[in-house]
Design a protein around this ligand. Structure first.
Ligand code: EPZ
Length: 434
């Protein structure tokens, strides 16, 4: 079997890259949007869809259920779920990404039953589903499990509209119940809901199909369900990927003299902009782009800062790993407190092998001292975001790096080697047999 790796020539701290990085549509928005098409009648089309592995896995899951999906041509994707007939999610495909769990909402709402394996995805923590089981039981569903599947069933035909308080503001649980509630007769309130922009994007799309939703983007979302949703047939434009935007900003800060990061919503990455600007990175913000200009000072001139990851609008956990590379080049000591996932600092072991000065105090806290010179290494990306962090580390390092498991990076970043090569980076994709 063949896998891909990225071969990177380090810049040794030089900031020689120049050019533009165009940010794609948001992975964590298109995935719930695609799941929600199960409860929308008619042909749905999405624009600004990123050509990434997770989008292909989600369309494969939908096709396996009986939906018809178009090829992803020029970032436009069409979906028609009229002929969806199965209520069991494909095991292999669902295990490839956590976002498959979002399908439980629309499937339960439309068919009254869904069987699915424990959702897979990144090894960044236990990824329990107790918030889902508690919420669906409140909506009248029963939960059972055997060695392969979890099953939710709702007696009668419809989920019950009710009040659901999330014990933690889970992003995919909020999205799942938002979609489920649209099909439940009456008013459902989701309290302690996540406020991420991707949830607002989903609500805007569902409203465009006739749903009655208020409060998205706040801790309390109210849904008046029971109406059929119908596609309004105009392509829905997926919001720009704020995680890609923030990660590219960090990449440019430590590798580029001049870089324009375009097709973004700067209001989605205020926490990242605040910290980098305060650190001394020369940033200029316009309506839908961010520029790093005349970035000629060495990164050691940037001041270090502490990071505490937090639900939106706090510092995104998905940008914690790229930020760690930035902090390895700043002057000073920083505390990185990963509050969301208990397994999301494990990647730092490989950064220490590259020469970073990082001490893990427990599964949630690490301190990092900079500046340090990183040495190129052979690395294996453990998840999507740490994989991109290794690409940034490989670019900053002295010498060559090989980053195996390119699939993880391809899950979340489209054609990363082509986009970085256009800035002047020496990064190549090569396959290797295992
Ligand atoms: C979403 O994951 C994102 N994925 C993640 O991005 C992101 O890191 C995360 O939100 C936090 O922002 C998608 O949107 C597809 P959570 P999600 O449920 O929803 C606990 C990436 O790289 N929890 O908000 O799975 C959980 O353990 C991915 O793009 C329960 O306890 O994250 C965690 O500690 C990685 N019980 C906390 O909630 C549950 O039933 C927040 O997780 C569910 C979650």
């Amino acid at each position: 079997m063949n896998k891909d790796a990225f071969y990177i020539k380090g810049l040794g701290g030089e900031k020689s890259l120049e050019g533009e990085l165009v940010v794609m549509g948001a992975k964590n928005s298109i995935l719930p949007l695609l799941a929600s098409t199960i409860v929308v009648r008619g042909n749905v089309s999405f624009a600004n869809v990123p050509d990434i592995e997770d989008v292909h896995r989600m369309t494969e899951i939908l096709n396996n259920l009986g939906a018809t999906t178009s090829n992803l041509t020029g970032s436009e994707l069409k979906v028609d779920t009229e002929n969806v007939h199965k209520t069991q999610l494909d095991i292999e495909l669902s295990k490839k990404m956590r976002a498959s769990v979002i399908l439980t909402g629309p499937m339960l709402s439309r068919f009254g039953e869904v069987k699915f394996p424990h959702p897979g995805g990144c090894v960044i923590g236990a990824r329990p589903i107790d918030i889902f089981t508690e919420g669906f039981q409140k909506m009248g569903a029963t939960f059972s499990e055997d060695e392969t599947f979890y099953t939710f069933k709702v007696s009668g035909s419809k989920l019950k509209a009710t009040n659901i308080f999330l014990k933690s503001p889970s992003v995919t649980a909020t999205e799942t119940f938002l979609i489920a509630a649209v099909g439940a007769d009456g008013t459902t309130r989701i309290e302690n809901a996540a406020m991420e922009p991707e949830i607002v994007d989903l609500a805007v799309f569902l409203r465009s199909c006739g749903a009655t939703i208020t409060g998205d983007g706040t801790p309390t979302i109210t849904i008046v369900g029971g109406k059929d949703l119908v596609s309004n047939s105009t392509p829905y434009n997926v919001m720009p990927d704020r995680i890609e935007a923030g990660s590219f900003l960090i990449l440019a800060a430590v590798t580029a003299k001049n870089c324009k990061i375009s097709n973004i919503d700067p209001s989605h990455i205020r926490s990242v902009l605040e910290l980098l600007t305060g650190s001394g990175v020369p940033i200029r913000v316009t309506e839908n782009s961010v520029y790093i200009e005349n970035n000629t000072e060495p990164s050691s001139s940037f001041k270090s800062f502490d990071i505490k990851t937090h639900e939106y609008p706090g510092f995104p956990t998905d940008i914690q790993a790229p930020a760690m590379i930035f902090l390895s080049q700043c002057s000073g000591e920083s505390l990185v407190f990963e509050t969301i996932f208990e397994g999301r600092l494990n990647y730092t072991e490989d950064l220490v092998r590259m020469g970073a000065d990082i001490k893990m105090w427990d599964t949630h806290r690490a301190t990092i001292k900079g500046p340090t010179h990183l040495k190129g290494r052979e690395l294996e990306g453990p998840d999507i975001r740490a994989g991109l962090a290794y690409v940034i580390a490989g670019l900053v390092a002295n010498g060559d790096s090989i980053i195996r498991n390119a699939y993880f990076i391809d899950r979340g970043y489209m054609s990363i080697e082509k986009r970085l090569s256009a800035l002047g980076a020496d990064i190549k994709r090569k396959s290797y047999s295992i």
